[in-house]
Design a protein around this ligand. Structure first.
Ligand code: ADP
Ligand code: MG
Length: 678
């Protein structure tokens, strides 16, 4: 049993929750079985048992008869044992899942026991049904046996054995049952309502305890960490803000800047996640933060996941600061040895103010004189370990700002990143037009190509994206090449020029091809998802995604975000084959119906579950036994709110009313490790 279900202790048994309950007083008649019948309980006399078939096909067949008809029972395993224990002529109570074999109903591996008339005449009795495995059932440990074990365990326990862990104030406020009763009722409810109450209380408990733990960790980090102090908003920042800022900041950008400014002035290390949908304007926020650091005598660095992106940041930031006395350099894997040497030297003397780069920035020879803030763009591409290396780059760890364009649903952010500081740019710059998104089957490709032509005539540019999930996948690569030839046939030189970028190219070539598209020397960019993150070409108005059924929602959203960056109306065309699975169909439906990254992220979470999302966190944080962050949102918000209140009022949990909670948390110590994000 241990191995099969992961049940090792009494506690595990208690927390092996039933998947549902059945009313075991309900005995059906055999002729009530229809195609729709799932689980059924019948009672009758066993007519005979016999074996049939040979070797692997060997099985035991028994026939059960009641007043209305016969039902076949079948076993493929433990045949000898079962046959020895069944006696023809006796009355049995049988429970199991109805299946049809050649149109004849039967139950495979039913739960079967001698009929006890006591049990079937009486009041309603809800019996738990546990997730069990076939193997256990054969060994006589089916759901019914688990129920018996659990029942005897609970009848042995006293209230003190399952002590309360929620403060009485909360219990009173939410009218929850006590913990012992909740455990009793989730297994053996007197009625359906009690079951629901028990489930609600236990779900809340899971969410609340997690929120309190994260709240306390966050507090602990704030109390113990030491950070550099950006005490003033200085000359550079003000000069830039007055004379160089190309547009008015949105309110969301202002709010986030203020949050960061306050946070970096406290002498505590900032560890902040900044979330903002594609195009929400995170770059300018990053620049202003870096100017703030420089004004306070510190250096800054900005890391991007790809060389293309790092270069683009370098280009746009140097353009933005104009002739302000800010010294910015770019360091990537392909920086020449001579440049590299110079950069390293200028970093150590402090001559260099801002270093922009890729992973190359993390390497050991890269030493700063006094790094004050490290900004990481597009967090999901960097691992935790990589970010941790930033810490080692200064005596006092620099402030860390992690920027991500993958909208994280609020519920997920609260559970997965609850111990971090968290800012959101939830407003797009004014004047953005929604991107018109449509779905087309591949046989309509000629019309799509014609549409691209009509946009090119207007002076616009287009992306055509191919899936290349793993850069080494041969088939995808061949498809990309075939696609490229195909596009070339539609768009012949010298009337049209095409760039192509993919992961197998040398980064130099990639850079050149990208640059030609950025400077409008090519009309079309044929690419894989290397283009996904951050690239900014405002003149591009068409995004065609080939085989878009192969992409996940957040990836589609990221890709779409490459267009709609200028003043012209933009289009996203999702091409698919004619056969679409249900999930792919749903993804396409969502993409064509909304442009709101947060809504898309919510849907993504619903479709995929929390395990895959979040990326940097062990999924353990999100594996609640009962609660679900998609289905129990309201309960989660409530839990968060109450957790914050308790920590605000009594961070040490010393008051009498919080004593049980404190004891419970101490008993959990060391059970789950939440690692720091960076
Ligand atoms: P992302 O958050 O995706 O990194 P960017 O920082 O690249 O977004 O900004 C997208 C575009 O919006 C850029 O061209 C940028 O200059 C522009 N932008 C940013 N903030 C504003 C603003 N407040 N008003 C107008 N345009 C803005
Ligand atoms: Mg960006």
């Amino acid at each position: 049993m241990k191995k099969e279900l992961g049940i090792f202790t009494f506690r595990d048994l208690l927390e092996h929750f039933p998947s549902r309950h059945v009313d075991r007083t309900q005995v059906k008649q055999i002729n009530e079985i229809t195609e729709q019948t799932e689980y059924i309980q019948v009672a009758g006399r066993l007519i005979f048992t016999e074996t049939a078939g040979e070797n692997k096909g060997k099985r035991l067949i028994a026939k059960l008869r009641d007043a209305t008809g016969d039902l076949e029972l079948v076993w493929f395993q433990a045949i000898t044992w079962v046959q020895k224990n069944l006696e023809a002529g006796q009355q049995y109570l049988v429970y199991g899942k109805i299946g049809f074999f050649n149109g004849v109903p039967q139950i495979m591996h039913p739960e079967i026991e001698l009929l006890d008339p006591e049990k079937t005449n009486g009041k309603s009795f809800l019996e738990p049904v546990y997730p069990s495995t076939e193997k256990l059932k054969v060994r006589g440990l089916g759901g019914r046996q688990l129920a018996k074990l659990t029942f005897s365990l609970i009848s042995m326990l006293k209230k003190e054995d399952i002590p309360e862990n929620l403060p009485a104030t909360i219990l009173g406020q939410l009218k929850f049952t006590d913990r012992f009763t909740a455990f009793e009722h989730i297994h053996f409810p007197p009625d359906a309502h009690s079951f629901e109450r028990a489930v609600e209380r236990l779900k809340f408990e899971e969410l609340f305890i997690a929120q309190v733990r994260m709240g306390l960790m966050r507090l602990q980090r704030h109390r113990s960490s030491q950070g550099v102090i950006f005490s003033q908003v200085g000359e550079l920042f003000n000069l830039f803000y007055k004379n160089y800022l190309p547009f008015a900041l949105t309110n969301a950008q202002k709010r986030v800047l203020k949050e960061i400014r306050l946070d970096t002035a406290k002498g505590k290390q900032m560890n902040r996640l900044l979330q903002g949908d594609v195009g929400s304007g995170k770059t300018i926020v990053a620049l202003l933060c870096m100017l703030l650091a420089i004004d306070n005598g510190f250096q800054a660095c900005l890391m991007a996941p790809t060389e293309i992106l790092a270069r683009q940041h370098y280009d746009s930031l140097t353009a933005l600061v104009g002739n302000l006395p800010v010294h910015i350099k770019l360091l990537t894997g392909s920086s020449k040895q001579k440049q590299r040497k110079e950069i390293l030297q200028q970093l150590e003397t402090g001559e260099l103010n801002i270093l922009i780069g890729t992973h190359a920035v993390l390497e050991d020879p890269v030493r700063f004189r006094n790094l004050g803030i490290a900004i990481v763009d597009e967090q999901h591409r960097f691992g935790v370990a990589q970010r941790a290396r930033l810490w080692a780059k200064a005596a006092i760890p620099p402030h860390v700002l992690v920027m991500t364009a993958t909208p994280i649903p609020r519920t997920l952010a609260m559970t997965a990143y609850g111990d971090l500081d968290y800012s959101v740019i939830d407003e797009l710059p004014p004047g953005r037009k929604p991107i018109k998104t449509v779905h087309r089957y591949e046989h309509k490709r000629p019309a799509v190509m014609d549409f691209i032509k009509s946009e090119i005539v207007k002076g616009r540019q287009a992306y055509i994206i191919f899936p290349l999930i793993e850069e080494s996948e041969k088939l995808d690569y061949e498809n990309l090449m075939k696609g490229y030839e195909n596009v070339k046939a539609y768009f012949p030189e010298p009337k049209y020029w095409i760039s192509m970028v993919h992961g197998r190219q040398k980064s130099e070539l990639k850079g050149v091809n990208m640059q030609r598209f950025v400077s409008n020397d090519t009309h079309i960019m044929v690419s894989t998802t290397v283009i996904e993150v951050g690239v900014n070409v405002p003149n591009a108005t068409v995004m065609v995604i080939e085989s878009s059924e192969k992409f996940g929602l957040s990836q589609l959203h990221q890709l779409r975000g490459r267009v709609g960056r200028g003043s012209d109306e933009s289009f996203c065309i999702l091409l698919t084959g004619s056969k679409l699975g249900n999930e792919a169909r749903e993804r396409i439906r969502i993409m064509t119906s909304t442009g709101d990254g947060f809504k898309i992220a919510e849907k993504d979470l619903e479709l995929r579950g929390p395990g895959d999302i979040g990326g940097t966190r062990q999924s353990g944080v999100l594996n609640f036994k009962l609660a679900s962050i998609t289905e129990d949102k309201q309960l989660l918000y409530l839990a968060k709110q109450l957790a914050i209140k308790i920590i605000d009022e009594d961070a040490e949990l010393d008051s009498a009313v919080n004593l049980q909670l404190k004891n419970h948390l101490q008993s959990l110590q060391g059970k789950t490790v939440w690692s720091k994000i960076s």
